[in-house]
Every structure is written in C-alpha cells, then in structure tokens.
Design a protein around this ligand. Structure first.
Ligand code: ITT
Length: 203
C-alpha cells in the first residue's frame, strides 16, 4: 500500500520515514506525488481540526491513504504560548532560529523548575477509499533549556526542548531515541495497528 506523508516540514518527514519504515507500506512525500507546492490553510483552531484539514486536503488531492500531523508547544511560564501555532510564533517574518531566541529571551532568569513545557502532536490518518479518518494524540512533557543547544541535531524547537527525565535537548538525542519518547513517536505508535490493518486490507 502507498502511504502519503502529508507534511512540508522536512524534519517531520524524516522522522515518519524512520518510524514507519518497517511497516509493509510504500512511503511517499508530497513532492513524490506532485503536491510539493500545495498549501493548506490551518485555521481550525485546534490541533485535531488542523490535522484533519491537512489530511483531508492531501488525501483528496492524491487519492492515497495519507497521514498528516499538527504539533503544538505549550510553555507554562508563557501562559501556554506558542500553543497550537508554534510555526507562526512571533510573526511570519521570523526564522525558526529567531523564534527559539524569542522563547529563550522571554524566559531569562526563570529557574528550571518553572520552565515546564510540552509538545503535543496530533496525527490524522485518512483513507479516501472509505472516508475513514482516525486521529491520535501524543504528548511529550519536558522543559525549555536555559540556552540553545548548538549541536545541530533535530529541527524546529528541538535545540531548546529538554524532554522529562533527560538532561539534554532533543537536538542532542540520537534520532531513534527522540522517536521512542517524543510526542510524534508516541502518537505514531498508536497508529501502527490501524496502518497494518489498512495495508493488509490492500493486499
Ligand atoms: P506541516 O504543517 O506541513 O506538517 P509545519 O512545520 O507547518 O509543517 P506544524 O503546523 O505542525 O508543522 O507546526 C509545528 C511547529 O512546531 C513548526 O514550527 C515545527 O518546526 C515545530 N515542531 C513540530 N514538531 C517538532 C519537533 O518534533 N521538534 C521540534 N519542533 C517541532
């Protein structure tokens, strides 16, 4: 069975390729199916709603079984910001590096015990043949680091996020370790059974 990974975020795509690589499915990215330039408005107001908007648009356009995720980042000391729109935090003119610096600069002098944060990932899986739609949610608790990790691993907010039970950021963890404990990894584990069932049904 072909499975389209509906994301334009390269970091997410690589993680899904690693996590789902052992399933009996043929993974495709948006570029592989000529949808590399397709933009979907994410205006549902919830992670579930936005994941559904993305997955429905991409599965309809491709005709393929598709998954898409929407990820939020809640930082308690910032009143829950960036919330469901971390990709837009601080405005559209900012780079991801600017966004990370903005988070850090707002937390100067805030002690570790008050830097609690969590990633939340909702993955939606859609089968255009049956209109079946499944959503799953994975949460990874942790805290915001005191400074940016410059080791270069990961993507997005990985250089400033330390998962609970660790003393280093997602950037410094081997990818398989991040995938084992992350929001996206936890949500993906909840989808494995449904994906195997769909793949078996496809023959
Ligand atoms: P798609 O909608 O095309 O999937 P996106 O980057 O816009 O790509 P989101 O709307 O879910 O994805 O935005 C999530 C933001 O959070 C974005 O800035 C990501 O870089 C960041 N992010 C998502 N997952 C992350 C992770 O595992 N580690 C660090 N940052 C992450």
């Amino acid at each position: 069975m072909d499975l389209l990974i509906g994301t334009s975020n390269k970091g997410k795509l690589e993680e899904f390729q690693m996590m789902l690589g052992s399933l009996p499915v043929h993974l495709l990215g948006l570029k592989d199916v000529g949808l590399g330039d397709m933009d979907v408005a994410e205006d549902a107001g919830t992670l579930e709603g936005n994941a559904e908007l993305k997955v429905r648009a991409y599965s309809k356009a491709s005709g393929l079984v598709t998954l898409a995720d929407d990820t939020g980042l809640e930082i308690d000391a910032l009143g829950g910001e960036p919330g469901i729109y971390p990709a837009r935090y601080g405005g559209s003119h900012l780079t991801m590096a600017d966004r990370r610096q903005k988070v850090l600069s707002q937390l100067v002098d805030v002690p570790d015990e008050q830097r609690a944060a969590r990633f939340i990932c909702v993955i939606a899986l859609a089968d255009p043949r049956t209109d079946e739609l499944i959503t799953v949610r994975g949460i990874c608790p942790g805290r915001i680091a005191q400074a940016e990790d410059t080791s270069g691993g990961g993507f997005g907010y990985d250089p400033v996020f330390i998962p609970e039970g660790y003393d280093r950021t997602f950037s410094s963890l081997p990818p398989e370790e991040k995938n084992r404990i992350s929001h996206r990894g936890r949500a993906s584990q909840l989808l494995l059974e449904s994906l195997s069932r769909l793949a078996a049904a496809s023959g």
